[in-house]
Ligand binder design. Structure first.
Ligand code: FAD
Length: 476
């Protein structure tokens, strides 16, 4: 047993910094703080096996440019998030070396390079988002190379679902989630960070009450419990209505092993993002292992189990769009809850409640962003420059990036993903019908502005409050 994990006799702990949650974001902040202030007492609270952790279920693509969408730079928050992630992708090799040196381990290897495929036969998002990625690569002077999808090793999609364009981005890559989380655990142990195996039940007035009666008193508390942060924050009356809700974006991925004779792609292959947090990707790690992802079903409460439809979607999309040969691989399903802010943007920084900080809402990018979030978060905790972007501060009105018509258009395209659904005469009739449904949902929700497509049903069902949304003044 790890001596730093739970001492049953100690029912009460006093500490300088209590971090609630033990995913990639929480662990990175704890480690970064301890490195910078070696005598700080830090406790990380979270169940040792990390049920529902998004970090453990992730791919993990370390991606900045490949995540760009046509709307990314419409708002200062989109630019701030991109800058954060881009810096993080550059940080990763050094971050791994630092963690490995602390832990006395070999650093896990980053699989460098990502090919983004444009598949207009499947999704109306692909061409505009692919163009936005190309524009940003050119504008930023980032290394990239246009490729003919036919030349990609192991790429064997269903013939009529072959991508029309591809671009290789050497700086975007991937890493194995299990290796990353193990390294974070070992580094935290080597630094003497206290671990409390359990869940926080409430956070109030500098005290974290945990299940099994454990109490932690802390000068500062960071709520970084991923999607579960919502329940804790809603128990703090001073924050009532001041912080956007955090939803559970339940995602299914498959960790796979190639069987002998099976040729699989040896670099990350992925589509651009397809609205509603969707898209298909293949992530190789090790010599014969790979990951297929991922789905996104958003709910207010956690769903313990994934849906059959999610599993079906991952399998079908991967075999249709990456390689039909993948059916020979062995696989194991992983499920995690992405923490999704009600406006789709991260919530990072201090609150108006003295000593209370929040680090969550990272949606699709939290593991990638973790080293840079940690660096800037600790800068702020220590009162130093180069802190977190003010527009991502947790106490805010939900950010709106799209007007109502744009929001409707994105929702329509999100519901039309699938082979042949965006081309031809019957596709036109289908689109009209879907558009009518989406407009009805917008009307039922009373929405005058656009919302992330994956959250529309929650607004229409009254689970999210549309009255707090105002048209943004901060659109480029
Ligand atoms: C299928 C899938 C694929 C993804 N792919 C990528 C990717 O390729 N690249 C990328 O960067 N991101 C990816 N993401 C998103 C990424 O995983 C998240 O943004 C990130 O992991 C969030 O980290 P976190 O530390 O905030 O939360 P989590 O990793 O969810 O950690 C939260 C932890 O808090 C614990 N906890 C829960 N309740 C409590 C409580 N009451 N008290 C204390 N602890 C509690 C949980 O058990 C969990 O261990 C993916 C997510 C999923 C689901």
């Amino acid at each position: 047993m790890n001596p730093l994990i739970e001492q049953p006799h100690a029912r009460s702990t006093c500490t300088d910094l209590a971090i609630v949650g033990n995913g990639a974001v929480a662990m990175s902040i704890a480690i970064e703080h301890r490195r910078r202030v070696p005598d700080a007492r830090i406790a990380v609270i979270g169940p040792e096996r990390r049920p529902g952790s998004a970090s453990l279920a992730a791919g993990i693509m370390l991606a900045s440019h490949s995540e760009i969408e046509a709307t990314t730079f419409r708002h200062a928050a989109g630019r701030a998030k991109f800058d954060l992630i881009r810096a993080a992708v550059a940080d990763w090799p050094g971050w791994l070396d630092v963690l490995a040196a602390i832990a006395g381990l070999e650093p896990p290897k980053i699989r460098a390079g990502t090919v983004i495929l444009d598949n207009p036969n499947v999704s109306g998002f692909d061409p505009p988002n692919f163009d936005a990625i190309l524009d940003a690569l050119r504008r930023d002077g980032s290394d990239h190379e246009l490729v003919d999808p036919a030349d990609i090793r192991g790429y064997r999609p269903t013939p009529h679902l072959r991508a029309t364009r591809g671009v290789r981005v050497p700086s975007d890559g991937a890493i194995d989630a299990f290796a990353v989380m193990e390294l974070l655990d070992e580094a935290a142990a080597a630094l003497g960070i206290e671990r409390i195996d359990g869940r926080a039940a409430s956070v109030r007035d500098g005290i974290v009450h945990c299940d099994r009666g454990r109490v932690v008193h802390a000068e500062r508390i960071v709520v970084a419990a991923g999607a579960a942060s919502d329940g804790l924050l809603r128990g703090i009356p001073e924050l009532d209505g001041r912080v956007p809700r955090i939803l559970h974006g339940t995602g299914v991925g498959l960790r796979c092993r190639a069987t002998p004779g099976l040729t699989t792609p040896d670099e990350v292959l992925r589509t651009p993002n397809r609205g509603a947090g969707l898209g298909v990707y293949h992530v190789p790690f090790g010599s014969d292992r790979f990951y297929l992802g991922a789905t996104n079903v958003v709910s207010v409460e956690p769903r313990e189990h994934a849906r059959l439809g999610s599993l079906h979607l991952v399998l079908q999309s991967a075999m249709d769009e990456i390689s039909s040969e993948l059916r020979h691989a062995e696989c194991r399903m992983v499920t995690g809850h992405r923490p999704i802010g009600a406006d789709g943007f991260p919530l990072l920084g201090r609150t108006s409640v003295p000593g209370l900080w929040i680090a969550t809402g990272t949606r699709r990018d939290g593991v990638t962003a973790a080293p840079e979030i940690a660096r800037r978060f600790v800068n702020e905790l220590l009162g130093m420059d180069d802190g977190l972007p003010a527009c991502l501060s947790p106490e805010r009105r939900p950010i709106t990036v799209l007007d109502r018509d744009q929001g409707i258009d994105v929702a329509v395209r999100s519901r039309l993903i699938g082979p042949g659904s965006s081309t031809g005469v019957s596709a036109g009739r289908l689109e009209d019908e879907v558009r009518r449904q989406v407009v009805r949902l917008y009307d039922r929700a009373g929405l005058d502005v656009g919302v992330p497509a994956e959250l529309l049903d929650l607004y229409a069902d009254g689970r999210l409050d549309a009255s707090r949304l105002v048209a943004s003044t901060n659109v480029d």
